[in-house]
Design a protein around this ligand. Structure first.
Ligand SMILES: Cc1cc2nc3c(=O)[nH]c(=O)nc-3n(C[C@H](O)[C@H](O)[C@H](O)COP(=O)(O)O)c2cc1C
Length: 189
């Protein structure tokens, strides 16, 4: 059975990002893909300590012992990933950025990718601002950096004009819900 890892970078368990990630999960499950969902906010993930242990030893492991060790294992074992984050101050959340920095062991000094090949990743971003173009550059840069690890970027979506509890709920935005479902359905195929 294929496995997908869903990584959620929002601190809100019932926020718009989590709702869309759940739709992606539904799409994955309907394709017979086993899923595991992780809320980064529940984990203790320190920022990269820049010790270069992974580089000096030329390994795709990290010397920092925290919950990232568990996530590294899940990433190694899965066939694909969905990464879902709200936009905070024009970028991904701090939780998501800490996770990104800790992918350093998967990038060689010459920028060679070290992630086992064949894993796909798709992204779900949410933001409050209605204009989808506003944070296009940081979003693209984030996805490009993930690509340096050897993960193959399959798809992404940006759901705008969302502020859970204040604006109309994301469940009412059929286009976003369908898009998230499709992102899950198509991830591993
Ligand atoms: C600290 C903070 C910073 C934010 N910065 C931005 C921003 O720069 N641009 C934007 O469009 N929305 C911003 N937002 C709004 C969130 O991105 C948006 O409401 C998102 O859908 C929240 O996701 P959630 O419901 O999963 O928590 C910010 C929200 C917070 C709490």
């Amino acid at each position: 059975m294929k496995k997908a890892l869903i990584i959620i970078g929002s601190p809100r368990k019932k926020g718009s990002t989590a709702v869309l990630a759940a739709e992606a999960k539904r799409g994955l499950r309907e394709q017979g893909v086993e899923t595991e969902t992780v809320f980064l906010n529940d984990l203790k993930i320190r920022g990269c300590q820049a010790c270069y242990w992974c580089k000096k030893n030329d390994v795709s492991e990290c010397a920092v012992t925290d919950d990232m060790q568990h996530l590294h294992r899940l990433m190694q074992e899965c066939d694909g990933m969905i990464v879902a984050s709200p936009i905070y101050f024009a970028g991904v959340t701090a939780q998501t950025k800490a996770w990104l920095d800790r992918l350093f062991p998967y990038i060689g000094l010459n920028l060679s990718p070290k992630m086992p090949p064949g894993k796909k990743v798709s992204f779900i971003f949410t933001q409050n601002q209605p204009d989808a173009r506003l944070f296009e550059i940081p979003v693209r840069t984030f996805m490009q950096m993930i690509g340096l690890t050897g993960l193959s970027v399959k798809d992404h979506m940006l759901a705008c004009d969302l502020d859970a509890g204040i604006k109309p709920p994301v469940e009412e935005k059929v286009e976003f819900m369908e898009n998230a479902y499709r992102i899950g359905k198509d991830l591993i195929n």
